[in-house]
Each structure stands twice: as C-alpha cells, then as structure tokens.
Design a protein around this ligand. Structure first.
Ligand code: UDP
Length: 330
C-alpha cells in the first residue's frame, strides 16, 4: 500500500507515519513545516519506505504530483491551535480551505481513497451531554477569529461530501477530540503540553477563565490507529466519525492533576480570556463526544486515561522523535 500523509511531520502525522511504516506501507510525507518539525520523524528518518517532501498543500501541482500513484491519502495538514488561529486567521482559512480543495482534486484525479482529518471543533458551542456526529453546529460570528477554524473545517467536510457525491471520491472523515501525546507542542495553545511545560519549569499554570470549562482528552495512541482502521472500513465511507476520550475533566482539575503527577511546586493562576486571547474571545464551555459510531464501525474504545496521557507528555516534552506510540506505556 502506498500512503500519503499530508502534515506528516506534525504531532499526529508523525505518529501516523510510524504506524503506517510498521504496517508495511510505503509512505510519502508532504509537510510545509509551519507547525510540523522534521525532528518528529527522527526515529524513522532513514527508513527505506519513507519519502519526505517539503512543501505546502496550497501548491496544487505539488499536491497532485505527491498523490499520483497513492492508494490512500491521510489529510492532516492544517493550520491548527487556538493561539495560531486567533493570531493568523487568514493563514488558517487559506490552508484549511484551499489546501483541502487541492487534496480533494488530486484524490479524484488519481483515484486515491481519502481520510480527511477534521476536528471536534466543528461542533462549536454545542455543549450537549454526548455529541453525536449529527449534532447541530453552534458557531459564533464569522467575524470572531476563533470560529474561522471551525467554519473552515466544517466546509472541508462539506467539500469532501460533495466530492463523494459528484465525483465518486472514496472519503471518510475523522473528528478527533482534544488528542494529546508526545511531540505535541503548547506553542499554539494546546492546553496539556502548555501546562505540563509550565509545571516542569516550576512556573504558574495558566488556567484561562474560571477553569470550569471541560474537555475529554484522548491519547494519540488510541486515536492514530483509529485513523488507519477508518481508512480501511468500507462502512465509514462518506461518514464523519468522532474519536474522543472517555472521561470529562475540567481544566482546573487537569491543572491540579498535572501538578500532582509531575511533582511540581507550581501554583495555579487564573488568566482572563481577554488577556490570553484578546478582546471578545469565546471558549467552548464543554465538549463531550459520543464515540458509539466509532465503536460500532472499528471497535474504537479510548483506553488511555488522563493520568497516563499527562505522563506521556511530561516524560517526553521538548524531545521530538522519541516515544513512538507503539512503545510507550508498555
Ligand atoms: N487553556 C487554559 N490554559 C492554557 C491553554 C488553554 O486554560 O494555557 C484552556 C482553553 O481556554 C480551553 C481548554 O484549555 O478551555 C482547551 O484548550 P485547547 O486550546 O487545548 O483546546 P480547545 O479549546 O481547542 O479545545
């Protein structure tokens, strides 16, 4: 099997590339190194079945050349991270819309099957007990930069669906929820590596707002194998599938656990949203997945608890290329 991974030098992408190589695939990475780092692939850099192309998904001819001859494509390249989106909304819109369109065109032209990696962010402010895939999207104003990511990724899904309907593209869509693990950086906002880094440096842990907002963190170790299974499951075609963690936790409790697990002497400091992300920032109060479709289709059950997730980040922070998901926790 020849697989292309866009965004293959990123956090999720690098773990996926390693898994595909383990499975015997020939793997081609396309990454513009905007948030991805080639060091993330250090452990497989010399692998004979891996090839690496530095370039952007905005470069349509390059995308087409890269996908030519591929059996399947995993599209992970995206401008991600709340901090990055708020600071550079235009970049996010361009990469996440036009880049995806280029990937869709190339997959149709070269008859490659696609796994589009979307996001739980598309549910926006819907705080339902357990978000099913058909839940309504509740987005804020299109003039609020934070929502441009959810808007663009939602349109990506609509695009993918339309390409399936009109061109017969074979596509499945994954919606990961707050996936965490080694190699993730806190630089673009992600809360776990950010707070873990603060705890290890004995700095105050910055909890935004009142800290009672909640998430269900999932582990890269559970989510990345699910990408592969989804790409191989015929019943997943033209569907969007949640991949989330099993336990809801408030950000305040997360910070307390991080302090405990790292043995840090740091304290917790509350930062108003305006100070963190600028005037008018809106957070998601709560985001809880219903994983039953993923369980039914591919037997997905999140097995990694929050303490192990925190430890996987704390024990590897600042050292990309280590901690292959197949190895840690063993
Ligand atoms: N957050 C926080 N401190 C930080 C970074 C993030 O309290 O240093 C909060 C953020 O406001 C949100 C939650 O943690 O409520 C998750 O943020 P992240 O950016 O990781 O993911 P998302 O908001 O996309 O779920």
């Amino acid at each position: 099997m020849r697989s292309v991974v866009t965004g293959g030098a990123g956090f999720l992408g690098s773990h996926l590339v390693e898994l595909l190589l383990d499975l015997g695939d020939e793997v081609v990475v396309l990454d513009d190194e905007s948030t991805g780092r080639p060091e993330n692939l250090r452990g497989v850099a010399e692998h004979p079945r891996l090839s690496y192309r530095l370039g952007s998904v905005l470069d349509a001819p390059l995308v087409s050349r890269t996908i030519a001859g591929a059996d399947r494509v995993f599209h992970l390249a995206a401008a991600v991270g709340v901090r990055r989106i708020v600071e550079h909304p235009l970049d996010g819109l361009r990469v996440n819309l036009h880049g995806t369109e280029n990937v869709l065109d190339a997959c149709v032209a070269h008859a490659a099957r696609l796994l589009l990696v979307s996001t739980s962010e598309i549910y926006g402010k819907n705080t339902s007990d357990a978000l099913r895939e058909d839940a309504d999207r509740i987005l804020g104003s299109p003039l609020v930069a934070r929502w441009t990511y959810a808007a663009a990724k939602g349109l990506d899904e609509a695009f993918a669906h339309a390409y399936a309907q009109e061109f017969g593209l074979e596509v499945a869509i994954a919606r990961p929820f707050n996936t965490v693990g080694p190699r993730q950086t806190g630089r673009y906002g992600m809360v776990v590596p950010n707070l873990v880094g603060q705890a290890l440096r004995e700095e105050p842990l910055t909890v935004y707002g009142d800290g009672l907002q909640s998430r269900c963190f999932s582990s890269v170790r559970d989510v990345v194998p699910a990408f592969v299974r989804l790409s191989e499951e015929p019943r997943a075609l033209t569907r969007a599938v949640n991949l989330g963690g099993g336990t809801e936790i408030s950000i305040l409790e997360l910070a307390e656990r991080i302090i405990r697990i790292t043995g840090s002497r740091s304290e917790i400091t509350f930062i108003p949203y305006e100070a963190a992300y600028g005037e008018g920032f809106e957070d998601m109060r709560r985001r809880v997945p219903d994983n039953s479709l993923a369980r039914e289709l591919i037997g997905f059950v999140p097995r990694t608890g929050i303490d192990e997730i925190i430890w996987s980040v704390a024990s590897t922070l600042g050292d990309p290329g280590v901690a292959r998901s197949a190895e840690w926790g063993a």
